[in-house]
Design a protein around this ligand. Structure first.
Ligand SMILES: *[C@@H]1O[C@H](CO)[C@@H](O)[C@H](O)[C@H]1NC(C)=O
Ligand SMILES: *[C@@H]1O[C@H](CO)[C@@H](O)[C@H](O)[C@H]1NC(C)=O
Ligand SMILES: *[C@@H]1O[C@H](CO)[C@@H](O)[C@H](O)[C@H]1NC(C)=O
Ligand SMILES: *[C@@H]1O[C@H](CO)[C@@H](O)[C@H](O)[C@H]1NC(C)=O
Ligand SMILES: *[C@@H]1O[C@H](CO)[C@@H](O)[C@H](O)[C@H]1NC(C)=O
Length: 447
């Protein structure tokens, strides 16, 4: 078969598959509202006015979209190349009674756009698992979920046990509407403590228990927003060929020093004691990186089951900021599935899992405000954000600026509806050091 014919066959097969799936995910329609939305979905043009009217008449103060209520044109905000304009003043409060809006699951799923995503065969064959940790803002987490939700993926949400009980209950109400969403609340997370890792591990365990044969696990915070569609995330993960995507550099002096004395984990913070800590006996070379990453399935199994991994976890329990050490170090341990010794640094712009602007990293100004030394993006960041190659942005906060989140949602939604499998620019990703060497040497880690 000539290359040309082969291409035509592939494209045709894909188109047919996309179309078939597109119809498959649209279930029975019961009443005229659903029918109206159904028709508008088929026209690729959601009748937001219908949805907004429904929200207003049924859910009172619960806003569906701040940008639409305030008639903000996201396209213009995104395309505006002189982004340093005044931040748009809007009423951002998005207080929604999630328990109420999820009483009718079918309606909830439809009007929040959970069911009308276009899913390609490529994505169906490459399921993902997400673990989301949160302390507050359940409405923002619901919005995050509806951005990343696909029926063939797996989602685990961990609510801090110190949060208001209503937060857990409202997310439980959301999860009730899905077979592939699990909500847990087992751990009181404390800033810079092992508890953050523990919450991630719990979600990893849930993910492995699920029947979804996911290939990569992405841990997230509730205040993060993806920059890429599910399709693009899958295409990027495929370039990793079974390798992890973890920020990792030899632990600097200050990180090693954090392991010299034991820390006492109290209810709210880690307090340094004067008790000298015995060094880890397991012969690992400490590495440091971001707490968030993209983990191959086999690496997740290794992290949960390997003896050295378990010992290292025990060792880290009384250290400061172990979440910056745990995955980064295990990624370089001999025999770690998908692991590597290549140094990957956010500051060198070669860490793919996150766009994150640290206050000390002065080469890019923060389009937003710093909180705990991390940039919280506002809508001025939009033109910049959509150009980034990373998977997910850390962080966004709807109480500070809902517009940036709503516009990212609209942007990703439009892209998802296009389901453009061929639009992905692979070349730019092949430049990353931990991807480049795989492709140069034609290595393939078994997924
Ligand atoms: C925000 O809401 C307050 C009270 O509900 C109202 O007075 C104000 O005009 C609103 N501001 C904007 C920008 O819509
Ligand atoms: C949210 O809605 C539920 C169900 O309608 C209701 O029982 C509950 O009281 C509401 N909560 C608040 C805070 O209004
Ligand atoms: C650690 O905290 C416990 C109480 O939570 C206390 O009994 C113990 O003395 C503390 N250890 C050190 C070394 O400060
Ligand atoms: C990283 O380097 C160390 C020391 O050379 C080696 O033992 C280990 O196997 C390497 N790890 C990986 C994942 O290649
Ligand atoms: C998304 O698509 C709609 C309908 O075509 C369009 O009006 C809107 O401007 C698009 N938004 C963005 C952010 O591109």
């Amino acid at each position: 078969m000539s290359k040309k014919i082969l291409l035509v066959v592939i494209v045709t097969t894909l188109t047919v598959n996309i179309t078939m799936f597109y119809y498959k995910v649209l279930p029975e329609w019961r009443n005229s509202l659903l029918l109206k939305i159904h028709n508008s979905v088929l026209n690729n043009d959601i009748q937001y006015d219908v949805i907004d009217a429904y929200y207003q008449s049924n859910y009172g103060s619960c806003q569906h979209s701040v940008v639409r209520e305030n008639k903000i044109n996201c396209k213009k905000l995104i395309e505006n190349e002189t982004p340093m304009t005044q931040i748009i003043p809007v009423n951002v409060s998005r207080i929604c009674n999630l328990t109420k809006i999820t009483e009718n699951c079918q309606l909830f799923r439809h009007i929040n756009g959970y069911d009308d995503k276009v899913i390609t065969q490529l994505e169906e064959d490459f399921p993902l698992a997400f673990g989301i940790r949160l302390y507050n803002s359940p409405e923002q987490v619901e919005q995050l979920l509806r951005i990343i939700y696909r029926p063939h993926n797996f989602y685990c949400i961990h609510v801090d046990t110190g949060s208001d009980k209503s937060i857990f209950n409202s997310l439980k109400a959301v999860a009730r509407c899905f077979e592939n969403v699990v909500v847990l609340s087992k751990i009181r997370t404390v800033y810079s403590s092992i508890r953050l890792v523990e919450a991630d591990l719990l979600c990893m365990k849930e993910a492995l228990k699920s029947s979804v044969q996911w290939k990569y696990f992405l841990n997230m915070a509730g205040e993060e927003v993806p920059l890429k569609t599910n399709l693009e995330i899958v295409q990027i993960c495929q370039l990793l060929k079974g390798r992890n995507e973890i920020e990792s550099e030899p632990a600097p002096y200050f990180a090693k020093r954090r392991m010299k004395w034991g820390y006492n984990l109290t209810e709210f913070e880690m307090i340094r004691t004067n008790v000298l800590k015995k060094p880890f006996t397991g012969n690992v070379r400490l590495r440091k990186g971001c707490a968030y990453g993209t983990f191959a399935r086999r690496f997740v199994q290794f992290v949960l089951n390997n003896d050295k991994a378990n010992d290292f976890f025990e060792f880290l329990k009384d250290t400061y900021a172990p979440e910056e050490v745990f995955f980064s170090t295990l990624n370089s341990v001999g025999g770690a599935p998908g692991g590597y010794n290549i140094t990957i640094r956010n500051s060198h712009r070669d860490f793919l899992s996150r766009t994150i602007l640290w206050q000390w990293n002065r080469h890019i100004m923060c389009p937003g405000k710093y909180r705990r030394t991390v940039c919280v993006f506002n809508n001025k960041a939009l033109p910049w954000l959509v150009k980034q190659l990373e998977l997910i942005a850390n962080k966004m906060d709807g109480d500070y600026d809902q517009v940036v989140i709503d516009c990212m949602e609209e942007y990703l939604r439009n892209k998802t509806l296009q389901a453009d499998v061929t639009g992905f620019n692979k070349m730019r990703y092949l430049q990353y050091p931990h991807i480049k060497d795989l492709h140069n040497r034609n290595l393939w880690d078994k997924i």
